[in-house]
Design a binder for this molecule. Structure first.
Ligand code: AMP
Ligand code: ZN
Ligand code: FE
Ligand code: FE
Length: 284
């Protein structure tokens, strides 16, 4: 079984439509794929309807959270959430707030670029990006306008937390997010907790606190993790009784990583299914 539990579509900042993504997953030889767009479930229905025979679709999301960094200051953290009830009222309200933060933050960043004379059409970027707007949308616009050569360059030079145009947003505190997803019948996994290139790291003892309130797993194998960091996540998961996932974090043409680049062991997938009570896996 080949299982990839983290991917993005045009419902957020990937470049494959949800239906193209599930077809690509089948073509890549996956047995299970999770669609985990940022702060939205709008891709779920299209992906479910298009799931090819032989593929299983895990409906999920990657939630924008804030945690305690190793230095004690707040740090951005991504929380993967799987198989939760997308109509849970409290969760619906919080996700709407997060998308509002996304759009207003990308607007501010784009306006600052335009004010500096960069050839960025603020309204066009926002229209193209949609309700789950993210920095990759701005990166693409900067590439298309010839400001930078690649999406990676856009992040390195302009969009990273150390970049000239970075603006933060008010994300959900991690413990609140774990409780909300769990209350909606879902299962949580901390995404790429050791992705150093993105900035400061989440404090490891914060992960221990989350394990006590229902965190399900840790993503260990990920394109942004070194071998040593993946091992650290595996050891920590074992110590805390969490399951371990591996995934590509596929973004289509917005990142140079193929579906199935890293995968999850069937035992961890079973552990995830055992805990999920919100919605079922879609069997194609
Ligand atoms: P945002 O949601 O606006 O905070 O942007 C985060 C998204 O940008 C995530 O999906 C990351 O995968 C992506 N990202 C972060 N750093 C880079 C990078 N250096 N190159 C390409 N994509 C990146
Ligand atoms: Zn993304
Ligand atoms: Fe992420
Ligand atoms: Fe992601």
């Amino acid at each position: 079984m080949r299982i990839d539990l983290h991917s993005h579509s045009t419902a957020s900042d990937g470049t494959d439509s949800p239906s193209a993504l599930v077809r690509a997953a089948a073509e890549a030889g996956l047995d299970v794929v999770a669609l985990t767009d940022h702060d939205t479930t709008t891709g779920w229905d299209e992906a479910a309807a298009a799931t090819p025979s032989g593929l299983r679709l895990v409906r999920g999301m990657e939630m924008s959270c804030t945690g305690r960094g190793e230095d004690g200051a707040p740090v951005a953290v991504h929380l993967l959430a799987y198989l939760f009830d997308p109509d849970d009222p409290d969760f619906v309200v919080e996700l709407g707030r997060l998308r509002g933060e996304r759009v207003s933050r990308i607007r501010t960043m784009a306006e600052r670029m335009a004010d500096d004379g960069l050839p960025i059409d603020v309204d066009a970027v926002l229209a193209q990006a949609g309700p789950a707007a993210g920095r990759p949308h701005l990166a693409r616009a900067l590439v298309d306008a010839g400001v930078v050569a690649t999406v990676g360059d856009a992040f390195a030079e302009l969009l990273s937390p150390r970049g000239r145009y970075y603006v933060s947003k008010a994300d959900t505190p991690l413990a609140d997010a774990v409780r909300m997803v769990t209350a909606a019948g879902g299962v949580t996994v901390i995404a790429h907790a050791r992705a150093r290139a993105r900035g400061r790291l989440l404090a490891l003892d914060h992960i221990e606190e989350l394990a006590e309130i229902g965190l399900g797993g840790l993503e260990a194998d990920h394109p942004d993790h070194s071998d040593a960091d993946a091992r650290l996540m595996r050891d920590m998961a074992e110590r805390l009784g969490l399951f371990v996932t591996g995934s590509s974090d596929y973004h289509g043409r917005n990142k140079d990583i193929a579906l199935g680049r890293f995968t999850t062991d069937p035992g961890a997938y079973e552990a995830l299914l055992d805990r999920a009570k919100g919605v079922e896996v879609v069997v194609g």
